[in-house]
Every structure is written in structure tokens, then in C-alpha cells.
Design a protein around this ligand. Structure first.
Ligand code: ZN
Length: 248
């Protein structure tokens, strides 16, 4: 196992942890800063603000955003001014790979707005060459500082892969999740979607394998990570609580 491999325990370690990493803005209320980065506001990202943000700051923005969302205290930004502010250019700080699930839209669960986050979404949050190409645009060309792969609980795509569902083009889509199904050991009494613990283990393994695939298939993204210009990490979203468990 190399340093970049996140095993299942890394997600569990993140569960239940206080995700508000510093005394920054919560619900629009500016609190004294405990770290060097500026609290996120409703102001759209600019070239200057993106450049000033470190990858760790960008990760903190996502953590603080989910903390606001889960607490029911979003920033309540009016997105219309951000439309005007980003009309001639975008400078997002993050790229979040997530499932198409209607309960897991990245902008909402991380309390972000127009111009903040690239949101490539596909059933089962895996990556193929086209997704990786999109991520290379987001991070290498457009300057995103954190690349997060977010799986989620109760994932229908993962359940479909566990049950070998066959349905038109979806069959091929689910084939991308089958390596995670095969990689999860045990659960011999029930390796179907009826076993919630098995489904969760496969969803977590799928995030782990997706991260590994990104690093293996993209020397550009792996190179940015190696230089310290990009954090590549995983997370699991709980559709029942609204909370994200972060691997890093
Ligand atoms: Zn899903």
C-alpha cells in the first residue's frame, strides 16, 4: 500500500470528527480566524483569490461548507451577482467527482455557489478517460486546488453493481464499479444490495479505486499532487445526515 492509498479505515477515522477546522465563517457570521486563510464569503472566486488559496485552504473550504450545510446554516448566497462576476472567466477552487444521485449535488452539500466548484457527476462516481480529461482541465488548466471523489451511502449504482443489474447501457456503466465489488473481501453470507454493510464497503472501496485510477491514468494530476499544488482525496457523503466523512 502506498502513501496515497486510502483504506476503509481512513473514512471511518473521519466519521464523527468535527469538520470545522478553524474558527471561520459559519452561517455568514465572521468569527476570529484561527488559521491564515480568509473565511469564505459569497464573493465569487477571482484569479487573485484562487491564486492566494493553498490546496489545504481549498480543502478547508469544502469541510467548512459541509459543516454549514449539515448544521442547517448555509451562507445563503444570492447566486445572481456571482453570475455577473464570473461572466468572463471562472476560477473555481475545487473539482468534486460525485454520483448523479439527486441527494448528493456537490454545490449544495458543500454550500458553494456559481464559479466555486467543477462538478463532474456520473452514476457511481467512477472515472473514465473523459472524466479524467475533464479533471485535467479543471485542475491543470483552470487552477482548482483540491480534487475530491465523493461516494455516498445508499448508492443505487453501487447496489446495481452488487446485484449484477442488466439494463441497456446501464450495464456497461455499472461494469466500472464491478472492480470495487470484487475487491471487497468477506460478507460471504450476503454479497447483495440487501446487505447494507456490504454496499457501504463497496461504495468506500469504489472511492479508493477511483482515486488510484486518477493517479495511475493521469501523470498531469499526479504531478500536480506531487508538487504540492493539488490535494487529491476522497470522502463519503451520508444521505441520511447531510454530513461528509473526509479521508484527509
Ligand atoms: Zn449513487
Amino acid at each position: 500500500m502506498n502513501a496515497h492509498t486510502h483504506d476503509r479505515r481512513s473514512f471511518l477515522r473521519g466519521t464523527g470528527r468535527t469538520v470545522l477546522a478553524c474558527g471561520c465563517a459559519v452561517g455568514g457570521l465572521a468569527l476570529p480566524l484561527a488559521s491564515a486563510h480568509a473565511a469564505q464569503t459569497c464573493t465569487a472566486q477571482t484569479a487573485a483569490s484562487q491564486k492566494a488559496l493553498s490546496p489545504q485552504d481549498a480543502l478547508t473550504y469544502l469541510k467548512e461548507g459541509n459543516a454549514r450545510f449539515a448544521a442547517g446554516k448555509p451562507m445563503v448566497c444570492n447566486p445572481t451577482p456571482q453570475v455577473a462576476a464570473t461572466a468572463t472567466g471562472q476560477h473555481p477552487f475545487a473539482a468534486v467527482v460525485s454520483c448523479i444521485d439527486s441527494r448528493a449535488p456537490a454545490n449544495l452539500i458543500f454550500d458553494q455557489s456559481i464559479g466555486d466548484v467543477f462538478e463532474p457527476r456520473i452514476a457511481g462516481n467512477f472515472v473514465n478517460d473523459d472524466m479524467i480529461g475533464s479533471l485535467e482541465f479543471a485542475c491543470a488548466a483552470a487552477g482548482a486546488k483540491v480534487l475530491m471523489v465523493v461516494g455516498h451511502t445508499e448508492c443505487g449504482a453501487v447496489k446495481g453493481a452488487c446485484d449484477d443489474v442488466v439494463l441497456g447501457n446501464l450495464t456497461q456503466t455499472l461494469a466500472n464499479i464491478k472492480p470495487a465489488v470484487a475487491a471487497v473481501q468477506g460478507f460471504d453470507s450476503d454479497r447483495t444490495s440487501a446487505n447494507a454493510a456490504f454496499v457501504q464497503a463497496v461504495a468506500e472501496k469504489n472511492v479508493e479505486l477511483t482515486l488510484a485510477r486518477i493517479r495511475q491514468r493521469s501523470s498531469i494530476l499526479a504531478g500536480l499532487e506531487k508538487k504540492g499544488d493539488l490535494i487529491i482525496t476522497g470522502a463519503m457523503y451520508d444521505v441520511g445526515t447531510g454530513k461528509v466523512a473526509f479521508a484527509a
